[in-house]
Design a protein around this ligand. Sequence first.
Ligand code: NDP
Ligand code: 8X3
Length: 248
Amino acid sequence: MIVFITGATAGFGAAMARTFAGHGHRVIISGRRVERLQALAGELGAAALPVELDVTDQASIDAALAALPADWQPIDVLINNAGLALGTTPAHESSLADWNTMIATNCAGLVAMTRAILPSMVARGTGTVINIGSTAGSYPYPGGNVYGATKAFVEQFTLNLRADLVGTGVRATNLAPGLCGGTEFSNVRMKGDDAAAAKVYEGTVPLTADDIANTAYWIATLPPHVNINNIEIMPTCQGFGPFAIKRN
Ligand code: NDP
Ligand code: 8X3
C-alpha cells in the first residue's frame, strides 16, 4: 500500500509512518518541518518519501501532489492526522487567532487534503481515508471550546464521506483518541510551557502514539468489505465526569 500521512514530523504521524513502513508498506511523510522529514526518511529508507506540506496552504497541497513521482501517485490510504490544539482558556478569554489556526488546520486543511486525493481513490475503486478526530469532538470540557468543535467537524465530515462513498470501494474512518502522551500535542497547546504540558500526563498511564498507529494499521488492513465508521479510544485511567452544576 501507499500511505499518505499528514503531520508525520512528530507524534502519531511519525509513529504511523514507522508502523506502516515496518509492515512493508510505502509511506509519503509530510509536514512543515523539513529537517524532521529528512531524518525520518533517513531512518525508513526507500519505504518513505518526504514531502514538505502545509495543509493550510492550498498551493502547498497542489505543489506537493503534483510533484509526486508516478509510482507514488496511486495513494491507497490517506491519514489526515495533521492538527493541533492551542490554549486551554475559556472561550471569552481565548485568542481568535488561535481559534482560526485550529479551524484552518483541523477542518479546512483536512477537507482540502481529502478533496485533493479522494477523486483518484474513487476512480480506482479503492482507498481508505482515516481522519484523526478526538474524544474532544464528542465530550465537551472546559477550555476545549474551538478545539473540540473542530474535532466534532472531523467526525461528522467523516460520516458524511461515508454517505457519499457507499458503493465506491472507498472507506472512511474517524479515529478518535483520548488522553495520549509522548507526542508534542500538549507542548504545542501550552505554547512551549513544557512543565504545564508534562502536568497533563502526571500520574497517568496515557495512550501512546504506537497505540494509535497500530489502530490505524488495523483499520487500513481490514478486508475491503469492512468499514470502521468511528472508533473512540481512551486509556483505562480515563473516564467521564459529572455535569458541572453551579450552586448558589
Ligand atoms: P503532535 O504535535 O506531536 O504532531 C502534530 C503534527 O501535525 C506535526 O507533525 C505537525 O507537523 C503537524 N502539523 C501541524 N500543523 C500543520 C500544518 N499546518 N500543515 C501540516 N502539518 C501540520 O501531535 P499528535 O501527534 O499528538 O496529534 C496528531 C493528531 O492527533 C492531531 O490532529 C491531534 O489533534 C490529534 N489528537 C491528539 C491527541 C493527543 O492526546 N495527543 C488525542 C486525540 C487527538 P509540522 O509542525 O512539522 O508541520
Ligand atoms: C486530544 C485529547 O482530551 O486533550 O484531542 O482533548 S484532549
